[in-house]
Design a protein around this ligand. Structure first.
Ligand code: TXA
Ligand code: MG
Length: 354
């Protein structure tokens, strides 16, 4: 255990001297080899100086992360992407169109000094976050910042400061508590083939349609997770899992409601139900309501809202302490592809067809 300093920051006023002072302090810690948790637009990140092998090692220890899973290197400006990576033509188009963005580019590593972030690989994953606090912090640190999501390995990603505190208090030097993450899912991770086509290694807020519209040719692939090689090593591990077993229910609304009602009447399990707003009315007059915790992630057709709320819902079930969780199945189009991907991974692929 180390003493973790928890710092509240007013993200709307980070240019105020008081807020800047807090960020300067955190930036110094990063520069000098410490660990700092900070908000980004996607999820909270656990940052360390990407040029400092010892500091990067501490990230792996704090998270309990498998050593062969490389880290994303975060930069504060576009010129640093070019400094650390070889930018291909298509990558350049994408950078111009999107950056800063919830998007990570896997590119050929230019600089050996970044080897500790992606050991054994000739590539580096680079992201320039859009969130002003993150950008300012990285800029003040003056070094590239390696940062995975600020959760224990395998657990749901942190979309607010409270989630990060729960997992990492006592394991890092500073936790910067800002606002809830606007997007709520990790960045889209893409790589580039020699013919300039693009692989989506991890789906996210920037969708395949967004990339296509920006002029990227998306390589044929079964889905974002079955791609190999090249692939994102992190995708092979269990991910995002809540403490209770999670099952995704696939079928029409009525069958799902009947199934859930039977479950809570027939068994004494404390059940979690992750659903859309449209399902809430079915449980308004339920006598056994004490046995079920119902959390909606938003309207059925609002995929961005679902993205924002998914990890928070999984974290909430952990805090409530349920025995089993059932979830409805999100639509797989647009940002829904990423929501679906995270949910199926959290469920370890367990789907019940109704
Ligand atoms: O939104 C995000 O990307 C957040 C915030 C903090 O920026 N970070 C994040 O990092 O999600 P992490 O470590 O939880 O996920 C990084 C993913 C992993 O699946 C990892 O395997 C992959 O990116 N990755 C990193 N470097 C790579 C590389 N050189 N080649 C292929 N995949 C790589
Ligand atoms: Mg992660």
């Amino acid at each position: 255990m180390i003493a973790t300093e928890i710092i509240k920051i007013d993200e709307k006023n980070i240019k105020n001297p008081e807020e800047l002072k807090k960020l300067r302090k955190a930036a110094e810690i990063i520069k000098n080899g410490g660990l700092v948790v900070f908000p980004t637009e996607t999820v909270y990140g656990l940052g360390a100086n990407a040029l400092d092998a010892n500091a990067v090692k501490k990230i792996y220890e704090a998270k309990g992360r498998p050593p062969d899973n490389p880290l994303i290197v975060h930069v504060a400006n576009i010129k640093d992407i070019y400094k650390y990576a070889e930018v291909t033509k298509t990558a350049e188009k994408i950078i111009k169109k999107f950056m800063p963005a919830p998007l990570t580019l896997v590119l050929k590593k230019k600089d050996k000094s970044l080897d500790c972030a992606s050991p054994g690989l000739d590539t580096v994953a680079v992201r320039m976050p859009e969130n002003n606090t993150a950008k300012k912090l990285i800029g003040l640190a003056g070094v590239p910042v390696a940062a995975p999501s600020a959760n224990l390995s395998g657990k749901p990603s942190p979309t607010n400061a409270e989630h990060a505190i729960k997992d990492l208090n006592g394991k890092v030097d500073i936790i910067i508590c800002g606002e809830n993450c606007e997007i709520g899912l990790e960045s889209t991770v893409i790589s580039f083939n020699s013919d300039e086509s693009v692989n989506i290694l991890r789906s996210g807020y920037i969708t395949r349609e967004d990339l296509y519209t920006a002029g990227a040719r998306i390589a044929r692939q079964k889905n974002a997770d079955n791609l190999e090689p090249p692939r994102s090593p992190g995708m092979k591990y269990t991910h995002y899992s809540p403490d209770a077993p999670l099952y995704v229910l696939s079928g029409d609304e009525k069958n799902i409601i009947d199934f859930i009602k039977k479950e809570i009447y027939n068994k004494n399990n404390k059940t979690g139900f992750l659903c859309f707003d449209e399902f809430l009315e079915y449980f308004e007059d339920n006598k056994n309501i004490a046995l079920i915790s119902i959390i909606s992630i938003g309207p059925k057709n609002n995929l961005r809202e679902q993205a924002k709320n998914l990890f928070d819902a999984l974290n909430k079930f952990n805090m409530i302490g349920v025995d089993i969780i059932y979830s409805v199945e999100p639509e797989k189009t647009g940002v829904g592809e990423a929501v679906y991907n995270r949910l199926i991974k959290a469920a370890g692929g367990k789907i019940i067809k109704l």
